[in-house]
Design a protein around this ligand. Structure first.
Ligand SMILES: O=C1O[C@H](COP(=O)(O)O)[C@@H](O)[C@H](O)[C@H]1O
Length: 244
């Protein structure tokens, strides 16, 4: 595993400033990716925090045919279920722009066995990136959130998913509910990993994630040490104690 290239922590004044900064970084990395490689790949996070970001991305004039959207995690529910991460992104962003359906790489959730769905999505990624099982593909951006238990994607504290280091996708679970998730080494292979974290309820988890020593299995966001850029974008409510 290579060295972490750069770690950037920014505390923005409020949620609007947080979203504006995330948008600026995404657009800049998108421009570079399209200039250098002809396409831009991004993995989305779910939950509530990124919704206003997706709404504002939908308002941009972008080369949609060159943009490929994946998900870093998904709740194991049908695509129209209110908990579905892809449903939220489709409703506020993807259904509102001219992105080709084949550029939307949603996680499959229709197999009776989530393990089979995880293997299918992994194969889809390997085929798309033309990588091999020894070679983890690098997305241009992996967007992440963080729960108040320090989980990220669907890598929850003290779960088996945290020890999977030889796959791209595995099965996670929260309170007995199954999920699909990128594994931590796959996230770490990205060119840029961007956490977007807001709200006072995230403060104590952030303190543990940034502590010089703490249990990685109790605070899974600590496992994220990408080979490319690492951004922690925080609003004042979440991040003020980190800078004081
Ligand atoms: O369950 C999830 O939660 C995290 C954090 O969500 P937030 O609502 O606190 O922003 C999210 O990053 C993850 O993708 C999602 O499945």
């Amino acid at each position: 595993m290579g060295l972490v290239m750069s770690k950037n922590i920014e505390v923005l004044s409020d949620k609007n400033a947080l979203i504006a900064r995330a948008l600026q970084l995404i657009l800049s990395r998108m421009k570079t990716a399209i200039q250098q490689r002809g396409l831009f790949t991004i993995a989305l996070s779910g939950g509530s925090t990124p919704k206003p970001l997706y709404e504002v991305i939908a308002q941009q004039q972008l080369p949609w045919d060159k943009i490929h959207v994946f998900w870093g995690d998904e709740r194991y529910v049908p695509p129209h279920h209110p908990d579905s991460n892809q449903l939220m992104a489709r409703n506020v962003w993807l259904s509102k722009v001219g992105i080709p359906e084949e550029n939307i790489h949603s996680m499959p959730t229709n197999d009776s066995e989530p393990r089979i769905a995880a293997a299918k999505y992994e194969q889809h990624l390997q085929d798309f990136f033309r990588s091999t099982s020894e070679n983890f593909p690098a997305l241009d951006i992996v967007l992440l959130g963080m729960g108040d238990d320090a989980h990220t994607a669907s890598l929850f504290p003290q779960t088996e998913a945290l020890s999977v280091d030889n796959r791209l996708i595995t099965v996670g679970h929260k309170d007995g509910n199954m999920r699909l998730t990128f594994t931590y080494p796959f996230i770490n292979a990205a060119r840029c990993v961007m956490f977007i974290v807001g709200g006072v309820n995230k403060r104590s988890a952030l303190a543990k994630v940034f502590a010089p020593e703490a249990d990685n299995y109790q605070y899974p966001s600590r496992l994220i040490k990408p080979q490319g850029e690492l951004w922690w974008l925080l609003d004042e409510a979440a991040g003020s104690e980190l800078t004081s």
